[in-house]
Design a protein around this ligand. Structure first.
Ligand code: 5AD
Ligand code: SF4
Length: 439
C-alpha cells in the first residue's frame, strides 16, 4: 500500500459548511486521503466556500492566488473548490483560475470519489447539478472513530423563502428534508462515538418535515424523539425563520429538558416597509409577539439574531425602527452585516444606499448590540450554569466549554475531562467569555 495522500480542507461560511467539510473528508478517506492542517504538504486542497456576501466570495479568489506557488512547485497538487461559490460560479472559477482541477456544488459531494479519480487522471471535474438523490446517503458512512463531545448534523437543506437579498435558494436549491429514520440513525451513531450535544442544521431548519413513522415529522417531533436517546444530553438547532416557529416547537422549548435555551431567530430589520421589500412575510410586531410567546414557554431563553443594514431603500427612519426593535427584544447574541448585492437576487437590481451611510448604520447598530450582549452575559455572574467541556482554555490549566446559553465558560481544569458536563458557578464576565468555578 502506498503512503496516504494528504487532504487540506479550508471551510468558510456557515455551520452547514463545517458539517459538509467533515463529510467530504470522510468520502475522500475512502480514496486514501488523511486530513492535514496545512496546505504546505497537501496532495489535495479543497476550499469549501461561501457566497452569502461579496466579501466571502472574493476571499476564494485571493486564497486561490496564494496556492499558486505551491502548485508551481508541485504540479501534482490538486486544487478543488466546493460549496456555494462553486455552485454559483461553476466553470467561471476554472476560467478565472485555470489551476483549479475540481469544482463541486453542495448537492454533489457524494460524487467526489469519482471526481477525484478523474482529476488524478489529469482531467478537470465539474459538478454543480441538483440531483434527486440524498447526497448524505451516498456519502460513505461516518467511520467509527471516536469524536469530540459536540457535533453538527444537517437535517434539512435549501430554502423556498426567497428573501430578496439572499443567494441561498439559488446555491443550495429548494427545501429538502432528510428522512427522520436516517437522522435518528446518524444521531445514535454519533452518540455511540462520544457525542453528547448535537446541533441540528438547516438553512431553514424549523421548516423540517422529514418522512418518518406515521407521516412527516416536524422539527419538534424530531427533537422529542432525539431527546429519548440515552447519552445524548443536549440538542440545539439553527437557523430558523420566524414564520416556521410553530406552536409545538415553541412548546418543546418549555417541555424538552435536553433542548437548550438558545434560539437563533433572524429578523433582519425592524421596519415593516423594509421587511416587505425584503420579502420576509412577517412584520416587526409579529416578530416581537413571537419572541414573547417563546419567552412565555422558556423564560430564560437566550435570543440570537441576524441584521442587515442599508438594504436598498432603507432610510434613517427605517433604520431607527431596527434600533427600536433591538431595544425591545434584548438580544444575547447577534450578527449584523452591511447589505451586499448578490448577483441574480431581486434586491441587487435596486438603488443602493450610500456605502458611507451603511458603514455608519452598521457602527451604530453594532454598538447597541454589543452593549446588549454584554449586559446579558454580565447578568450570568453569580448564577449557576451547566457547562459541557470541550477543550483546553486559552490560559494554561484551564478548560473551556459552553453553557446552556452557548456562552464560553473557562474553569480551572483540575479534575475535568473533555466531554464532562458539570455545574459551574459564574464568577466573572470578560469581553468574550465567562469564568467560573465547579460546584
Ligand atoms: N447582504 C448582507 N447580509 C446578508 N445575509 C444574507 N444575505 C445577505 C446579503 N446579500 C445575512 C442575513 C442572514 C445571514 C446568514 O447573512 O442576515 O441571516
Ligand atoms: Fe454561505 Fe449560505 Fe452557502 Fe452557508 S449556505 S456557505 S451561509 S452561502
Amino acid at each position: 500500500m502506498g503512503e496516504a495522500k494528504k487532504l487540506f480542507i479550508k471551510t468558510y461560511g456557515c455551520q452547514m459548511n463545517v458539517y459538509d467539510s467533515e463529510r467530504m473528508a470522510e468520502a475522500l478517506g475512502g480514496q486514501g486521503y488523511v486530513a492535514t492542517d496545512t496546505p504546505d504538504d497537501a496532495d489535495m486542497i479543497l476550499l469549501n466556500t461561501c457566497h452569502i456576501r461579496e466579501k466571502a466570495a472574493e476571499k476564494v479568489y485571493s486564497e486561490l492566488g496564494r496556492f499558486k506557488p505551491l502548485k508551481a512547485e508541485r504540479p501534482d497538487l490538486k486544487i478543488g473548490v466546493a460549496g456555494c461559490v462553486a455552485q454559483a460560479e461553476g466553470e467561471e472559477i476554472m476560467r478565472r483560475q485555470p489551476m483549479v482541477d475540481l469544482v463541486v456544488g453542495p448537492q454533489s459531494y457524494h460524487r467526489l470519489p469519482q471526481m477525484e479519480t478523474a482529476v488524478q487522471g489529469g482531467a478537470k471535474a465539474l459538478d454543480t447539478e441538483f440531483p434527486e438523490e440524498d447526497k448524505f446517503e451516498h456519502l460513505k458512512a461516518r467511520p467509527k472513530a471516536s469524536r469530540g463531545p459536540t457535533a453538527f448534523l444537517t437535517v434539512q437543506e435549501g430554502c423556498d423563502k426567497f428573501c430578496a437579498f439572499c443567494v441561498v435558494p439559488y446555491t443550495r436549491g429548494a427545501e429538502v428534508s432528510r428522512p427522520a429514520s436516517r437522522v435518528m440513525a446518524e444521531a445514535r451513531d454519533l452518540v455511540e462515538r462520544g457525542v453528547r450535544e448535537i446541533t441540528l442544521l438547516g438553512q431553514n431548519v424549523n421548516a423540517y418535515h422529514g418522512e418518518g413513522e406515521g407521516g412527516d415529522w416536524s422539527l419538534a417531533r424530531l427533537i422529542r424523539e432525539l431527546a429519548e436517546i440515552d447519552g445524548l444530553e443536549r440538542i440545539r438547532f439553527t437557523t430558523s425563520h420566524p414564520n416556521d416557529m410553530d406552536d409545538d416547537l415553541i412548546a418543546a422549548h418549555g417541555e424538552v429538558e435536553k433542548l437548550m435555551p438558545y434560539l437563533h431567530l433572524p429578523v433582519q430589520a425592524g421596519s415593516d416597509r423594509i421587511l416587505k421589500a425584503m420579502n420576509r412575510k412577517h412584520t416587526a410586531e409579529s416578530y416581537i409577539r413571537l419572541i414573547e410567546r417563546i419567552r412565555a414557554a422558556r423564560p430564560d431563553i437566550l435570543i440570537s439574531g441576524d441584521f442587515i443594514v442599508g438594504f436598498p431603500g432603507e432610510t434613517e427612519e427605517d433604520f431607527q425602527q431596527t434600533l427600536s426593535l433591538v431595544e425591545q427584544v434584548r438580544y444575547g447574541q447577534c450578527f449584523s452585516f452591511k447589505y451586499s448585492p448578490r448577483p441574480g437576487t431581486p434586491a441587487a437590481e435596486r438603488a443602493h444606499v450610500d456605502e458611507a451611510e451603511k458603514d455608519d448604520r452598521l457602527r451604530r447598530l453594532q454598538a447597541l448590540l454589543t452593549r446588549q450582549q454584554r449586559e446579558v452575559q454580565d447578568a450570568m455572574v453569580g448564577r449557576e450554569v451547566k457547562v459541557l467541556f470541550e477543550k483546553p482554555g486559552r490560559m494554561p490549566g484551564q478548560m473551556v466549554g459552553k453553557s446552556e446559553y452557548l456562552h464560553s465558560v473557562h474553569v480551572a481544569a483540575e479534575g475535568l475531562a473533555r466531554g464532562d458536563l458539570r455545574q459551574v458557578r459564574i464568577t466573572e464576565s470578560a469581553p468574550n467569555s465567562l469564568g467560573g468555578v465547579l460546584v
